[in-house]
Write a protein of this length. Structure first.
Length: 274
């Protein structure tokens, strides 16, 4: 009886926490389909009198959001591919090679994570302007192909847990470092690579400051920049902002649900058994 009571109490707590976490998404969705007359009503209604699905079409057609969406997909895809592979390569070097100054270099790499992006934006703008990259996607994509400190740290820590027996066996079979990396380590790193890709997808997909600083042409803008068009000094179109925000939430959610089995499945250890 006591055990059953504890279990019920645990479920009640979990359900309560889930409701608290889900409610903001529920409220944003319900508010996005409310009629205009109910948007500012007091007390607020938790269920609209009618679902105005046309709010989504009106918001989407008010600006070239199809173009913004495709731009976001392009930037996010290329950036995620670059940061995932480059971070894996750098992490492999730190985890499996010995060279002079490795610890100092790794510490310096981690130290860069504490530097705010706001401090770097001016020198980065000057550098990209000198290279002629302003008003192009290059400042948003190219840096990803040099790795990211947090992902390098994440992947390095995982690679250090893999026994060197696998690497030595591959070397005895005639495999070089590149073949060992691509044929053995990359498959073992799959859950961590998927996690890296999902985390970076969320970062790039929701990035506002990067496109705002480096892009000038409206045709190059991404969804976060387009979302800001609904806000002015005189008026904030709350309904349209909520509609586009709900649309923006969908791709990261899809990416997470597609990759959660890899993240939670812990297949990384399967290659170490036996």
């Amino acid at each position: 009886m006591q055990r059953s009571t504890r279990q019920v109490s645990r479920y009640v707590v979990l359900v309560a926490v889930a409701v608290v976490l889900i409610f903001p998404f529920y409220w944003a969705f319900i508010s996005s389909v409310k009629p205009a007359s109910e948007q500012a009503a007091y007390p607020p209604s938790f269920w609209p009198s009618s679902f105005e699905w046309s709010n989504y079409a009106d918001a989407w057609n008010s600006q070239p959001f199809t173009r913004f969406f495709l731009n976001s997909v392009l930037v996010t895809t290329l950036s995620v591919l670059g940061v995932t592979f480059s971070s894996a390569v750098v992490a492999y070097g730190f985890a499996r090679f010995e060279f002079r100054g490795k610890k100092a270099l790794f510490t310096l790499l981690l130290a860069t994570m504490i530097i705010p992006w706001d401090v770097l934006v001016v020198p980065l703008y000057m550098q990209y302007s000198f290279l002629g990259w302003i008003n192009t996607y290059l400042p948003l994509i190219v840096p990803s192909y040099f790795g990211a400190p947090f992902y390098i740290f994440l992947l390095t820590q995982f690679l250090r847990t893999i026994p060197r027996d696998l690497e030595e066996a591959a070397m005895l079979d005639g495999a070089g470092h590149f073949r060992t990396f691509t044929s053995i380590f990359l498959p073992l790193m799959r859950p961590q690579l998927v996690l890296t890709a999902i985390l970076h997808t969320i970062v790039v997909w929701n990035d506002f400051l990067g496109p705002l600083v480096f892009l000038n042409d409206t045709d190059l803008f991404t969804l976060p920049i387009g979302l800001s068009f609904f806000k002015s000094s005189q008026l904030i179109d709350t309904t349209s902002m909520l509609c586009i925000s709900m649309v923006m939430v969908v791709p990261p959610l899809i990416a997470f649900f597609l990759g959660q089995r890899q993240i939670l499945g812990n297949e990384a250890g399967s290659g170490l058994k036996g």
